[in-house]
Ligand binder design. Sequence first.
Ligand code: FCB
Length: 472
Amino acid sequence: MLMHSDRHADHGPPGDDAGALAERFPRGFVWGVATSAYQVEGAAHEDGRGDSIWDEFCRRPGAIKDGSSGEHACDHYHRLREDIDLIASLGANAYRFSIAWPRVQPLGAGAWNERGFDFYDRLVDGLLERGVAPYLTLYHWDLPQALQESGGWANRDTTGRFAEYAVEVARRLGDRAASIATHNEPWVVAILGHETGTFAPGLQSQKVAMQVSHHLLLSHGLALQALRAEHCVAPLGLVLNQAPVHATSNSPADIAKARIDDGLTIRWYMDALLHGRYPEDVLEFLGEDAPQVAAGDLDVIRQPLDFLGINYYTRNLSGTGSPLAPVDDDREVTDMGWEVFPGGLTELLLRLKTDYHLPPLYITENGAAYRDCMVGGRVADTQRISYLQRHIAAMAAALEGGVDLRGYFVWSLLDNFEWADGFSKRFGIVFVDYATQRRTLKDSALWYRAFCARANAAVGAPSAQRGLPHGR
Ligand code: FCB
């Protein structure tokens, strides 16, 4: 049930200052909200869905901070219509979501699950009926557990399975999707899933992690080739988490460490995707842990991209010290402990523009967790409003610096299952009471609604761009 806190407009809309910011964006700029399947859907064992590696990981004692799982999450699976209405009510013109692979192909190979596809059909049609463009992601971390049992992403065969899955999804939904992204944040899947082990499937080996990162990129390339061979009309790309890496000091050791971290997080992905090679300094640093790369793999990885999604939350501090920064410093941080550093977004985008020949960019995730409280039916999340405003302004600065940016998605529409942090972190602009599943617009949602209304009123300069290039 949605609680409308429209009455808060009586207190003066939190969007008073939205107009000037909105006018810095071109007409046609996409303003959206984002979620991912495992974090919101719930219904983990319904209508034929298979287990994913996150279902399995959540069963591991101690893996999830509050002992929770995505089994019920926001119950989005059963509240689809209400949630689509909610998105439309915000005036967002786009919704970024992911398909749960084990919902549509329970074993990650073989039979397709029609009831799973029905759900996504209803989602996509419901969005389109309300004028909201569906931005689809194929893989937001929930690999079918059956594939993990034969090695998961460490097994090269999984790349072929993924391309088959991509083609089937595109056959069913590709005509109605505003875009299709193959992967969300392959760095997170590889490193947090296979090196630090803090995310599913919880392995701890740098060598495996780097092989996984190569296979993820390879699967992206294979999927794009297969989708284009099938004449998929949706623009195709992927989503990377990217952040400028800043050394904690000017010492040669800290600068060298920051350079390697820049290589491992930015250049590893960008060089492979756009230049068809892995950075030499990183290969040298990895030594024996560098992945096995078959002849021709990098040509497969370097497919033309119709767009690139960037998820930005904070900058990356890097150095040899431990802890990295003084614990008593007065940096502004979110409830994740992530520094609020909007200037890093402008810096990152301008740097990428300098170093690479980029396709159109979207900020596919940006947002913040805070300890929100509902008081008298209202969530006064002024810090989140400030976070969003400052990052949107940072994006405007990049746009004014010549970066071809096309859209922005707030992470997240709803408070949801925040991976290893369980339900302890709230990223939503809509508050979810998990006991009742009641949704309440936080003040940030009211602010974003006012902002979208101003932005969509097309007062900004006309866009130089006209939609995305299709089907190269
Ligand atoms: C990103 C993930 C997203 C969410 C945010 C906070 O790395 O893509 O699912 O967890 O972080």
